[in-house]
Design a protein around this ligand. Structure first.
Ligand SMILES: [Ca+2]
Length: 225
């Protein structure tokens, strides 16, 4: 009798375990019965534009059937289809990429993932009209030209600091360094800062020797020139 009871207990345990496995395989634990699951990975989650990301949706599965379509929304008005796709992000921003899988019964499921597309920063560079000599003369009109600066899109703001308390804006500006009493040679630092349309900034500077002082018995020059 004892052997029969043990046998029944074993059979019950085996049947219970089998039922558990079947339920797990059919996805009947949690979630909507019959729904597929969208799962995917990306080759990278962040990059400087333009950059291409590979997406792999092969981790997706359907517990009681098969997935018949893989649809991608890249979050930047572009879409795609297929188990494995790639997409090039051309604009900077945070993009919500979504994979939607559909099974043969029309059940669907979506999963999201965020890709960060970064703005390329500008580079700042300038020259001036007296590069041919090592110095500039006071009150001489010097042209500063920032057109060597670069960015992936047109630079929006050029800001100059002439190191003498005065500033200016514009890609090409003219500046006259004032004379200072008692100083016939001095070094000024001219700084250019460029700002792109996404707020990205870059700066560069040059040290320039300014030669010439005030004529005798003349006070320091004032006002802008
Ligand atoms: Ca830029």
């Amino acid at each position: 009798m004892r052997t029969t009871m043990l046998h029944r207990l074993r059979v019950s345990l085996v049947l219970g375990l089998l039922a558990f496995v079947v339920l797990a395989l059919t996805g009947c634990f949690g979630g909507r019965p019959g729904s597929p699951r969208a799962l995917f990975r990306a080759s990278m989650l962040e990059g400087v534009i333009p950059f291409t990301v590979g997406f792999d949706g092969s981790l997706s599965f359907d517990p009681d059937g098969k997935i018949v379509s893989y649809n991608w929304d890249f979050g930047d008005d572009a879409i795609g289809s297929g188990v494995m796709v790639s997409h090039t992000f051309e604009d900077n921003g945070a993009f919500l990429v979504q994979l939607t899988v559909i099974d043969e019964h029309g059940n669907s499921h979506s999963s999201p993932l965020v890709v960060h597309a970064l703005n390329p920063l500008p580079t700042a560079a300038f020259s001036h009209s007296r590069e041919d000599v090592d110095f500039v003369i006071v009150r001489e009109a010097i042209t500063f030209d920032a057109s060597e600066s670069t960015d992936d899109e047109p630079i929006e703001i050029y800001t100059w600091d002439f190191g003498d308390g005065r500033t200016a804006t514009g890609d090409k500006v003219t500046h006259r360094f004032k004379a200072k009493e008692g100083r016939t040679r001095r070094i000024v630092t001219v700084t250019l800062t460029v700002t792109d349309n996404d707020g990205g900034e870059a700066s560069t500077y040059k040290e320039i020797e300014v030669v010439g002082g005030l004529p005798c018995n003349r006070p320091s020059e004032g006002g802008n020139s």
